[in-house]
Write a protein that binds this ligand. Structure first.
Ligand code: PEP
Length: 259
């Protein structure tokens, strides 16, 4: 079985203007070592207005950080005021796009069907979606967590081929843990990431389920990253708040040096 390379992604959300973004990526590049880059793929997902500036810094300085975006529309172009197309992102050498983040779902009403259209469109533009799933506290306490994420995965990835699914990134992010300082225990996070992998296996088979990378997200910090990342079905982390500070983000990326 091929090893899955860990992916640690910084979702900057609506933080950092383009000047701050340039400073943050330069600082991150200073604090990361070549050993970090050998062991872990690192991506950053700035706001749209920063992407061109960050792309220029990454490419002109040869910084081995993967450029990502936080969302996009599924159409190539058209009358969709305020939206950005996958093709526009691909032209800026974006390679990863977060799709179906719980904030998009909860605050902007994104549905599983739209997540599916976006994931399909991102792939069609030659990029990789990071497809998010996760349950609310109410659903967890009601024993519906596994059912909810399984449905999000099956509907979000509907129509994709097994070889496409094998190359995807999925992110299990319990909604109650995002930005709250509450983290799932490593055991609970492992159990849910295994559920996600099982959902992939049930529909797309062994090659897809062994290849797909599954991140955990929800208040990941330097102190909890090592135990989370040690779990067999966790292949990385999607980090919000702690990715805004390059030093803190770098300490998460160096998780393997702890313990
Ligand atoms: C996120 O934005 O996906 C996230 C997990 O945020 P935080 O790390 O701040 O909980």
């Amino acid at each position: 079985m091929a090893e899955r390379r860990p992916l640690i992604s910084g979702n900057w959300k609506m933080h950092h203007n383009h000047f701050e973004a340039i400073q943050a990526v330069q600082k991150l590049s200073y604090v990361l070592s070549s050993n970090d880059h050998d062991a872990v793929e690192v991506s950053i997902h700035p706001p749209f207005t920063d992407i061109r500036s960050v792309q220029t810094v990454i490419e002109s300085d040869g910084i081995p950080i993967t450029l990502g975006a936080q969302h996009c529309h599924w159409e190539d172009s058209g009358a969709f005021t305020g939206e950005i197309s996958p093709g526009m992102l691909a032209k800026l050498n974006v390679s990863l796009v977060i799709v179906g983040h719980s904030e998009r779902r909860e605050l902007f009403g994104e549905t599983d069907k739209e997540v599916n259209r976006k994931a399909t469109a991102v792939l069609a533009s030659g990029m990789t979606p990071i497809v998010c799933c996760g349950e609310t506290l109410e659903q967890r306490e009601g024993g519906q967590a596994a059912e909810k994420v399984t449905r999000q995965i099956l509907e979000g990835l509907a129509g994709l081929k097994a070889e496409q699914v094998a190359g995807l990134v999925l992110a299990y992010e319990p909604i109650w843990a995002i930005g709250t300082g509450k983290t799932a225990t490593p055991e609970d996070a492992q159990e849910m990431c295994a559920t996600v992998r099982h959902a992939v296996h049930s529909k797309w088979g062994a090659e897809a389920s062994e290849g797909v990378r599954i991140q955990y997200g929800g208040s990941v910090k330097p102190v909890n990253a090592p135990d989370l990342m040690r779990q067999p079905d966790i292949d990385g982390a999607l980090v919000g708040g702690a990715s805004l500070d390059p030093d803190e983000f770098a300490r998460i990326i160096a998780y393997r040096l702890v313990g």
